[in-house]
Each structure stands twice: as structure tokens, then as C-alpha cells.
Design a protein around this ligand. Structure first.
Ligand SMILES: NC(=O)c1ccc[n+]([C@@H]2O[C@H](COP(=O)([O-])OP(=O)(O)OC[C@H]3O[C@@H](n4cnc5c(N)ncnc54)[C@H](OP(=O)(O)O)[C@@H]3O)[C@@H](O)[C@H]2O)c1
Length: 285
């Protein structure tokens, strides 16, 4: 059994922590406001951007997951969490002579600059144009060039319980899509993101980088059409309804999960269909 620290223990972190705790691992969940941590995860109050609060980390940590996310969508907040916060944690581990077997970082498919709908994988060039991707890539390099064995999981858009606002928007006719210019996006259900991290932790020698996306990059038109049909509501087209916003997605690429799958991970929600079907069933229950 392992001693595990999840730094920035939020949406993915609590799902991962609960999974690992149920298997008997000892799990600490670090965040600034840890009062609502699920049972099984030991709360640890600290601020990753403030080194003073990181002075008493749990000893003998085997695995560390860095799953923090900034509160606001601006460059300063992204740099503070993905670069400075990560550096503070690595420094604190070194100072306290904690030598984890591996540190894992949840990065994002936003590190790719691709926007023409082409396929990308772990070997594709990373040329982010947005500050988010730029800071995440900086964090990736800091970790992979750092003092501990490390693995990065580049996640697609997360969805799952509590993050399924699309369902309500489609039901109310508040979102429309433009199927004349298809935009591909990549998703992963929360439990598969947590499951993939657990899987990588169990591997003897994981690679430095994996893509964490489901099997099917999808255009918004396909997803929203499927949801409208599943909900039994008419699809909304751009301009049809004054209350509908036309969905936009900044990037346009198809991310390939072949490497994660070849490493042995089996998706519980292989495409958006299984994921949203499960969410619709939960909502109906
Ligand atoms: N959401 C997506 O669609 C998506 C897509 C691709 C990649 N990712 C990556 O997946 C990771 C996790 O995403 P998520 O949705 O699970 O994140 P989240 O729940 O929004 O945030 C994670 C936690 O970070 C903690 N945190 C923020 N600043 C902190 C600080 N200074 N010190 C300590 N803890 C701090 C927050 O708790 P407190 O407020 O209590 O501190 C929060 O619970 C992120 O690295 C993100 O980049 C997410």
C-alpha cells in the first residue's frame, strides 16, 4: 500500500483519492479549504503558492499527484498554480528529504497549438498560443526536468457529476451549433481521469507523457444532436432562438488515446455516449 499526496485535491483529486483510499492506500488531500474532503482522504490545509504553508508535508510519500487548478482565467493565476505552486511543492519535498517514487501532473490538451482538426498524440509538437497552454507546458517541463521521476497526463475537457451543464442548456434550447464549420473537441469523464491516474500509478515504468482523452474526439454538432435526441427535444440551430448562444470552442484537434490504451487502461466511459447516458440516468433517478 502507498502513501499518496494529492495536491490541489478538487474535482479529479477527490475522485482519485476516494478510489485509492477504498483500496487501502493512505491518502492526504491538500488544498486551501479542505473542510469538505470526502471521508477516507486526510485533509491537509496549505496554499501551494505560499511556501511557508508547505513546511510539514506528510513523511514517506510514495506518490504525489498535482491536480490543482487556478480560481481565475488569467495568466497570473495560471502561472501561480501551474508553475510557481508546482515549484514550491518540489522544493518543499526536496528540503524535507521526501523522495517520492513518482510525481504525476494533470496537464491539458491545451498544450497543443493544433487548430485545424488534425490528429495529435504525445509526439506532436506543442506550440500553445493561449496563456493556459503556455503555463501548463512550463509546468510540465519544470516537473519532467525536475528531481523526481515524473509523468504528465494531458487531459481533455472534464465532465461528469456536477459538471454536466450542457444537458440543461440543450434541454432549454440555450445552446446551438454551427455544423458548417465542424470543430472537434476531446473529453474525458471524471472517473476515467481518476482511473487513468490510478492506473499510471500502478505501472512499473510509466512513460513521461500520456494523453488522457476518451476514444472519440467529437464535433459539437454530433454531441449536441445526440443529447437533444436523448432528451427528446428538438435540436436548436444558430439564429433559431434568441436565447440560444452559438457554441464556440477555441481549439480544433483530435487527440489520440492509443498510448494510454496500449498501457492497459480500459475506459469505463469510452465515448461521450456512455458518459452522458450515465449522467442522464442519474438525473432521472
Ligand atoms: N476542468 C477541465 O476540463 C480540465 C481539462 C483539462 C485539464 N484539466 C486539469 O485537471 C486538473 C484538475 O482539474 P479539476 O477540475 O479537478 O480542478 P478543480 O477542482 O477546479 O481545482 C482543484 C483544486 O485546486 C485547489 N487549489 C487551487 N489553488 C490552490 C492553491 N493555491 N493551493 C492549494 N490548493 C489549491 C482548489 O481547492 P481550494 O480552493 O480549497 O484551494 C481545488 O479544489 C487541473 O490541473 C487542470 O488543469 C482540467
Amino acid at each position: 500500500m502507498a502513501n499518496v499526496l494529492i495536491a490541489g485535491c478538487g474535482y479529479i483529486g477527490t475522485a482519485l483519492g476516494s478510489l485509492l483510499a477504498a483500496e487501502g492506500h493512505t491518502v492526504w488531500g491538500l488544498r486551501r479549504h479542505p473542510a469538505t474532503m470526502p471521508s477516507g482522504i486526510r485533509p491537509l490545509e496549505a496554499d501551494l503558492t505560499s511556501p511557508d504553508t508547505l513546511q510539514t508535508l506528510p513523511p514517506a510519500l510514495d506518490n504525489i499527484f498535482y491536480t490543482a487548478a487556478p480560481d481565475t482565467h488569467d495568466d497570473a493565476a495560471y502561472r501561480a498554480v501551474y508553475v510557481d505552486g508546482l515549484r514550491n511543492l518540489l522544493n518543499a519535498l526536496t528540503l524535507q528529504q521526501v523522495r517520492p517514487r513518482r510525481v504525476f501532473l494533470t496537464s491539458s490538451t491545451g498544450v497543443y497549438g493544433e487548430s485545424s482538426g488534425a490528429w495529435v498524440d504525445e509526439t506532436s509538437p506543442t506550440q500553445p498560443t493561449e496563456f493556459g497552454g503556455i503555463r501548463l507546458l512550463e509546468g510540465e517541463r519544470l516537473l519532467l526536468d525536475g528531481p523526481f521521476p515524473a509523468t504528465v497526463l494531458r487531459l481533455g475537457g472534464l465532465y461528469g457529476p456536477g459538471r454536466a451543464s450542457l444537458i440543461g442548456q440543450v434541454r432549454r434550447g440555450q445552446i446551438a451549433w454551427d455544423d458548417e464549420s465542424p470543430v472537434y473537441f476531446n473529453r474525458i469523464y471524471r472517473n476515467d481521469a481518476a482511473g487513468a491516474l490510478r492506473h499510471l500509478m500502478m505501472l512499473q515504468h510509466p512513460d513521461p507523457i500520456y494523453l488522457g482523452v476518451d476514444h472519440e474526439p467529437t464535433t459539437l454538432a454530433v454531441l449536441l444532436d445526440w443529447l437533444a435526441q436523448a432528451l427528446g427535444v428538438p435540436p436548436t440551430r444558430p439564429g433559431e432562438s434568441s436565447k440560444a448562444r452559438t457554441a464556440r470552442h477555441p481549439a480544433n484537434k483530435r487527440c489520440c488515446n492509443a498510448k494510454l490504451v496500449a498501457s492497459g487502461y480500459v475506459f469505463r466511459y469510452p465515448t461521450f455516449r456512455e458518459g452522458y447516458a450515465a449522467l442522464l440516468t442519474d438525473q432521472a433517478g
